[in-house]
Design a protein around this ligand. Sequence first.
Ligand code: NAD
Length: 482
Amino acid sequence: MVSRVIPVDPFDLVVIGGTGDLARRKILPALYRRFCAGQIPDDAQIIGAARSEMDDAGYRDFVGAALDEFAGAAGCDDRARFLSIIGYVTLDARGDGGWAALAGRLEPGRVQAFYFSVGPSLFMTIAERLQAHGMAGPDTRIVVEKPFGRDLASARALNADLAKYFDEGQIYRIDHYLGKETVQNLMAIRFGNMLFEPLWNSQYVDHIQITVAETVGVEGRGEYYERAGAMRDMVQNHLMQLLCLIAMEPPSKFDPDAVRDEKLKVIRALDPVTPDDVVRGQYLADGDRPGFREHVGNAESTTESFIALKVRISNWRWAGTPIYLRTGKRLRARTSEIDVVFKDTPHSIFGPEAGRHRNILTIRLQPNEGIDLGVTIKEPGPGGMRLVDVPLDMTFAQALGPDAKDVPDAYERLIMDVIRGNQTLFMRGDEVEAAWAWTDPIIAGWEEAGKDPIPYDTGSAGPEEALALMHRDGRRWREIRV
Ligand code: NAD
């Protein structure tokens, strides 16, 4: 049931930062899987570029080791064929060495994509050098990773820098959440079915919850995380994107700008969030496992590893339906889900003893990607009319059978979209800036209020105060569970 693979035209893809962690763990395995699926032709070229001195053979060994470690069960009979399309150029993003050699390796007349798999401080110098060496033509595409700025001013500066060399249509800002199968399914469910859309508004939806919970801490990323925190690392980008897709109006067509225009309208309709509607937390040590402050190396850190927020969208569709967001590390389970909680029926013909029942549409991003709709039915058996909620479960792995394993992961899909020139699943510059424009005052709000994060236990659902954020509205978070 998974669609046929259509090979892309031959292309050159340069991974700048090709020896880094992201390249090893995500980019190279994703390319390998697409090659094995028959989507990348044998005459495509993948070139790693970084500071380390290495030749093509050395880099092929490096890539082989990365695939052993991270490509999972994926594979094809001839790994050597994949490695034969891999090359390497030693270059310094801040200097001149290597750039002419890189230009000499590229084949004119085909798509040329440059994946900036380096920190944002190098984006500008790389863009300058691509242009200086004739590699910033109209058919060039660049891929940039998060974090895209750390506030509105820095995001604007980055956008302005890149705009000196590339049009918006050449810039692919990756948010890998948008490449997830279920996230795209959100659009299919909403706009491909008649069933949900008439109910998709404040008249029928009581509230929406979005939870992205992790069990790991910030091990190894302490330095970055201490400067970012959960708001910048997760909410401004990933949760914001989910919020946009769940709340946006139907675009007139499934076209990159039509979709992104609608997402932008949602971000612009978000109300400011007051400090009372924000709960921030920090995980405590757990036995031998260090706490957040040890991980970031700052005994007085005020950065949050957990955040919960109540968000309101001021437009006709959503006025009166709050959206609750929460994300954190070292929580009870690793799970990401969106729950659309419908309102109670206006009147229960079954009387008070039948209890309170609600329909909840749950969209699970991980694990077990899928959707389930909680419906109320009669509890089987004799006796009175007792009601019970049961899930109509559509776990993709079950519904799609063995083909489900062939569903490409987020990086596979997104990199192939870059090669195909489809920007629908990438963030536009104005979208990123609007998200920061909403985020900045929230951060300023807690900084001004001098509110420190609240400690929470590993394996919990975050600080108690996060539960109270919903309880005070007569609502409850869904359980964090696998
Ligand atoms: P990394 O430090 O592991 O790798 C950086 C790469 O850039 C290395 O190949 C290094 O040789 C190269 N490099 C650094 N300075 C250079 C220079 N002056 N000239 C040429 N090459 C240079 O970093 P990473 O974890 O791979 O992350 C890369 C980017 O992706 C960062 O912006 C990061 O925030 C982002 N990101 C990473 C992940 C992840 O899972 N690792 C996830 C999301 C986003």
